[in-house]
Design a protein around this ligand. Structure first.
Ligand SMILES: [Zn+2]
Length: 540
């Protein structure tokens, strides 16, 4: 029955994850993530190292005010300094002062590290491990021993590496966490070593803590669970120092869906993509589109043959149902598209389009023509939805552009860019509206001016924000030197992409911008009049 056993998830995004070079979580970020991780269902949240900086000390003070339902907060630190006794070691004192119910201390399991890094004897190293854990035990709910460099240590001197675990266990450690600190091991080695350790120390509870330097952080963690580990350490999205930590966004669904281990109820697994995105947002990192399970391309199908097959049986090119992890299937429209792509896309948009409809042929022909001109709809599904609706006669214009003008100036000396846009639009009732706006560049000025012109008639446009703006110069031989602009917009709830292609970069941007606003207005209208299909998940 071993395969149905539950596995404890120990999240260290806030401590090991925050060691990644580009990441710095604020105190508020850390508290918000703690709540999100608790809600998602991890068993432990390692909040920080109270001895390392004042922010982590403040975290442990504030985290007590949160009402966590499931997650136990853990404080991380080292075993006491060789010169001290545990009771007068500052690091140990701060771990206790944190008030965290769980304390994780790390110590050396590799004889070479004890001798050369700490400069102490192998015997003294064992005394320190034992002394620290014995002192902590009873003062907090749970004590974990992180056996640093365990796998390298075991390869070098298995007998000594086991003695470090034995010292921790005798002192009362609740968990012995085998750390693959340098990230150099491979899954078959990890599995063999964990199995041996397990056999030599029956009854002990083991955890695994892997880094991703050989791109095997996830594989090594799964191998350790197969061999008997019941706790996995990792970070959301695998963020962490060097090449990162073992990625919980892959480990959790693999354990639950492929290895039959119990972690989170299905409803919580649906939040996997959400938590991945939250960590990217707070870390201010771009999401990895091809990230397994949670990336936006993880279930995206492009080739016509694949799409036709997926329409019949989703499992043809999908390893799981994307909705289980809160992701969704996407069909990409491109010149590889056949009719099936168009029909599948229509269904996704909530449009009733049939294979034999004239509109289907029109859309396909239009798509090929636009792609020849350099359009690409893979990141611009909102523009594609507009194109389809127009071809199907399901489109009502919300405004017409009578004239738009933009001037911009820049100065190297003052390092300030300035632009002004003047816009005149005609509304469906025949009235015109006119506005002027300044911005720090021409697109910014145009964006502000067009929204100022429309916001009285369409107040919902005040929620729209531009998130990303990409410009690509297209190959001259094919397209007579055109520019393609991709814009990503959002309104706090959804994000959508639109595209413009023209010789002039400002005009191309304008085209994408107008599509973005038209799309928002259409969505709003569809929701208000209840036309939106109930399954219309329209996050392009
Ligand atoms: Zn680590």
């Amino acid at each position: 029955m071993n395969s149905r056993k539950s596995v404890k998830i120990y999240d260290t995004t806030l401590r090991d994850g925050a060691q990644a070079e580009e990441i710095s979580f604020s105190l508020d970020d850390k508290l918000r993530l703690t709540e999100a991780l608790d809600d998602f269902g991890v068993h432990y949240v390692e909040g920080g190292w109270p001895g390392s900086n004042p922010r982590d000390e403040a975290y442990f003070r504030e985290v007590k005010k949160l009402k966590l339902r499931r997650a136990k907060v853990a404080a991380f630190g080292s075993i006491h300094h060789p010169r001290n006794k545990p009771e007068d070691d500052n690091n140990v004192r701060l771990l206790l002062k944190s008030g965290a119910p769980c304390v994780t201390v790390f110590g050396k399991s590799w004889d070479m590290q004890a001798k050369e890094v700490l400069g102490i004897s192998k015997k003294r190293n064992l005394e320190i491990i034992h002394g620290t854990i014995a002192y902590l035990k009873g003062k907090v709910d749970e004590v974990l021993f992180d056996a640093e460099h365990f796998f390298d240590g075991y390869k070098s001197d298995p007998e000594y590496a086991m003695r470090t675990l034995a010292a921790a266990r005798e002192a009362g450690a609740d968990w012995l966490v085998l750390c693959e600190t340098n990230g150099g091991a491979l899954p078959f080695e990890v599995e063999a070593i964990v199995a041996e350790v397990q056999a030599k120390m029956p009854g002990a509870r083991f955890g695994i803590h892997c880094h991703n330097d050989s791109d095997t952080g996830v594989g090594n963690s799964l191998a350790a669970v197969r061999a008997g580990a019941d706790m996995v350490h990792g970070t959301i999205n695998g963020i962490g120092e060097r090449c990162g930590n073992a990625n919980l966004c892959s480990i959790i669904p693999n354990l639950q869906l492929k290895m039959g281990r119990k972690i989170a109820p299905a409803a919580k697994l649906k939040k996997l993509r959400g938590i991945s995105r939250l960590v990217y947002e707070l870390a201010n990192m771009a999401q990895r589109p091809h990230q397994p399970y949670v990336g936006r391309s993880a279930f995206a199908h492009k080739g016509g043959v694949h799409v036709a097959a997926v329409r019949k049986t989703a499992s043809a090119y999908e390893h799981i149902d994307p909705e289980i992890v809160g992701n969704r299937r996407r069909v990409l429209v491109s010149d590889l598209s056949g009719k099936w792509n168009i029909l599948t896309k229509a269904k996704e948009f909530g449009l009733d389009l049939q294979s034999k409809d004239d509109a289907t042929r029109t859309i396909l022909a239009k798509l090929k023509e636009l792609e020849n001109q350099g359009y690409q709809f893979e990141g611009a599904e909102a523009s594609f939805e507009l194109l389809m609706r127009k071809a199907m006669g399901q489109w009502k214009k919300k405004f017409d552009v009578v004239r738009a003008r933009v001037v911009s100036s820049f100065s190297n000396e003052q390092k300030d860019n300035w632009a002004e846009a003047v816009i005149k639009l005609r509304l469906p009732d025949g009235t015109t509206t006119h506005s002027v706006a300044e911005g720090n560049g021409p697109v910014n000025a145009l964006d502000k001016a067009v929204r100022a012109a429309l916001v009285n008639s369409y107040p919902e446009l005040s929620d729209v924000e531009l998130h990303d703006f990409k410009v690509r110069l297209l190959d001259e031989s094919k397209t007579a030197s055109k520019t393609r602009v991709l814009i990503e917009s959002g309104d706090g709830e959804r994000r959508w992409g639109t595209v413009g292609v023209l010789a002039n970069v400002i005009e191309a941007s304008w085209q994408a911008l107008v599509d973005s606003l038209e799309y928002k207005l259409h969505q709003r209208h569809a929701v208000k009049t209840g036309k939106k299909k109930k399954k219309g998940k329209r996050k392009p």
